[in-house]
Structure formats: structure tokens, C-alpha cells
Design a protein around this ligand. Sequence first.
Ligand SMILES: Cc1cc2nc3c(=O)[nH]c(=O)nc-3n(C[C@H](O)[C@H](O)[C@H](O)COP(=O)(O)OP(=O)(O)OC[C@H]3O[C@@H](n4cnc5c(N)ncnc54)[C@H](O)[C@@H]3O)c2cc1C
Length: 400
Amino acid sequence: MSVSYWRRERSPVRQPSCDVVIVGGGITGLTSAYELCQRGMRVAILERHTLGSGASSRNAGYLMRGMAESYALVCNHLGRDTAKLVWRFTEENLTLLIERYSIDSLDSFHRKPSILVAMSDSEAEELADSERLLCEDGFETHLVRSGSDSLWRSLQPTLALVNPHDAALNPWQLVQRLRDGLISRFGDLATIHENSEVVGFHPDPSGIVVRTERSEYPCNRVLVCTNAWAQELLPDLGARIKPNRGQMMALRAPGVRLDASYYLNRGSEYLRQAADGSIILGGKRTHREGEEQTASDATTPEIQSELERYAKMVLQCDFKVIARWAGTMGFSPDGLPIIARADAQPAEVWFCGGLTGHGMSLGAKTAQAAVQTMLGEIESPFPADRFREKEPPAGLEPAT
Ligand SMILES: Cc1cc2nc3c(=O)[nH]c(=O)nc-3n(C[C@H](O)[C@H](O)[C@H](O)COP(=O)(O)OP(=O)(O)OC[C@H]3O[C@@H](n4cnc5c(N)ncnc54)[C@H](O)[C@@H]3O)c2cc1C
């Protein structure tokens, strides 16, 4: 978004200085703030709308192990070590959210396996390979060929791979819990500024100054956690991240029972039953791929009708659509996050994002790694220069 010259002309209010300004108040921004405060640092979160107004409160609520693609495919395209690292990250992410924020006490939280479903022989082969590789690498999983809930009765999948220890919840409750966890523990170190859009940074004798329309925030470091909107503030690094819309609906479908959170057609469709019994269904982005490469969070009749058609096929009963919505994901070229210092910016401007449809499952752990990287405690597990060496493999962009 551009800023009117006339509004900029007013002299900005200089805010008290802090150690780190975090731009973006989603899962990544909020959990990064916690990591920094744990180290005694003073942090300001600047969010252009309200906390969670990006993808973090608009998603499907899966806390799922792995990525959209199968383990076998990720091993093949990105290497086995990378696959192992990401799968471990997603397991540790859930543990971290439970241990630090007690998300298992939220009324929407429930432990339910997530299940990747194969509808064709080739997908079944891929899942069978994934199961073998996952077991070899020490991940608990198994294959199933039958089930008794509504999805198995209607679709009769060829094969499915089970992530037995996954969970799901209402993502807006998660955002609220992340905010409350931060403020109750570190209210003396962290401040949150909503309706504060960052419009740029400039170097200052004391470090960096972060500008919003109304204020200036002097600090030593900046961590940009704007995910799908990365390019607006960081044109070079952010060009790697492409906004992609995900559309969803919630349904009342009496009599329907889903025993797992399902992931079909490599994440092109996904559905689960929430703790209150409603069915949460999303995807079909690939049905109109070009149009869905947008940062707009408006729903469209085309994708919504596709989702309804799909719901009819899977649920095979009368249902009522009780909500429709959309959100914006930030896709990286290889589906992995990026944690890197931003080129062409004042020193110590960092980026953490590109969570590619899996930020619920990866966000807190990725934020932890971002803070460790920024503070020089580790090397980035997801550097940006990995793209300079070779082009990312074709076909790995997830369908979520
Ligand atoms: C429909 C849908 C379904 C999904 N389902 C799942 C799922 O089931 N499981 C899963 O793991 N993941 C899922 N995801 C992905 C997940 O929601 C995201 O990966 C995750 O929320 C990203 O978190 P974030 O904090 O990095 O980004 P966001 O939550 O998008 O936060 C970025 C924030 O930056 C703010 N911002 C942008 N520019 C500026 C600026 N200039 N100044 C200040 N603030 C700014 C935005 O307003 C926004 O609040 C889904 C996403 C969508 C859209």
C-alpha cells in the first residue's frame, strides 16, 4: 500500500526505543516476540490491521505433521535431511505450543490424527513409499485401507497414511492465546500496536528507525513477519514469496462423522470436523490457479461452488453452509520457510516467512529458529541463498 504524501508530511511521533521491532502480528510475529522477551529484550509488534487479521486467524486449524507434499516427494526433491528437519519441526511446533501456551486447554483443541488420502494407484504408491521412509527415519506412522466414517463410506480411498499425534483447533483462539501468553508473561517488555502499518525503515545513528504513518520506532533490529505481504516492504527478498488465496467454508451436516482431519489430492482439498461438530472444508485453489494468486481475501462464486460440489460428493447428505471466508498464504518457491537477513536494507533487518500453507504447523518453531538466527546463535536452517544455487524443483508448490 502506498502512503499519501499529505499524511506523511505530519511530523511522526518518536516512540521509546526498543531492541527489536517485529512487523506483522500473526503466529510468526507473536511467537517471535515471546522468544525475544525470554532473552530479556524489549520488543514492539507493529500490525497494520489487527492481530491475526492475516492468514493466522483465517486458516483451517490443522496442526499437522509435515508439509502439503508427501514425505517421499519431499525427500526426492529437497533431500532426506531437509525432509527430516521439516517433519521434526512440525512435531516440535505442536509440543512447543502445548508446553508454552497450554493450547490443549482451549475448548476448540482436539487431538485427532491427520490422514493423507490416496485416491489413485500412483498416489497410493507415493504414500506407501512415504510410510517406509518415515518409519526408517523414526517417525510414527502407519497405512490404513479402510475406515467407517463418512469420508471412507463415500470416497472409498485406495490407501491413506496416518499422522497419529496431530491436532486441530480454532486458529483465532490460538492467536488470542499467543497474545495473552506474551502479555501475561512479558507485559513489561512487549508492546503491541494494532492499526500501525509499517511503511519503511531507515538507518539512524542509534540503529534503525521503523516508520508508520504516525510514528517512528527506533530499534536495533527489525524482524519482518509479514508472510504473504513480504514484497511490499522487502522488494528483493520478498519477491520470492507469492501471495496465494485459500478459500474455506464451514457447514452444518447433521449425522456426518469424520474421525480424522483429512488431506486429499496433495492438499488440494481438506476437511475436518471441528470440536463443535461443524465441518470445516477448504481448498480447490488449483481449480482456478491464476485467479487465486492474489492477496485479496474475498471469496469467489467459482471456488465456493466447487467446494460445495465437493462437500456434496464427500458428505452425501443435506448440509447448510454457515460461513464462507478466504485468507492469504505466502508461498515460497520450494514450500519451505525463509529465514534471512534482508539485502538492500539497513543492517539488521531480518525476514521470517514463506510458510506456504503450513504456518500453523511450522510457525512457532520457525519463529524460534528465526530469533536464534538473528541473534547469531545458529545458522539459518532456511537461508534465502539456497535459491541462488539452483532453481527450485518444479512441481513442489503445494496445492493447499
Ligand atoms: C485458507 C487457509 C487455510 C490454511 N490452513 C492451514 C492449516 O490448516 N494448517 C497450517 O499449518 N497452516 C494453514 N494455513 C497457513 C497459515 O495460516 C499461515 O502459514 C500462517 O498463519 C502464517 O502466519 P504468519 O504470522 O507468518 O502470517 P500472517 O498471519 O499472514 O501475518 C502477517 C501479518 O502481517 C501484517 N502486515 C502485512 N504488512 C504489514 C505492514 N506493512 N505493517 C504491519 N503489518 C503488516 C498482516 O496484516 C498480517 O496480520 C492456511 C492458510 C490459509 C489462508
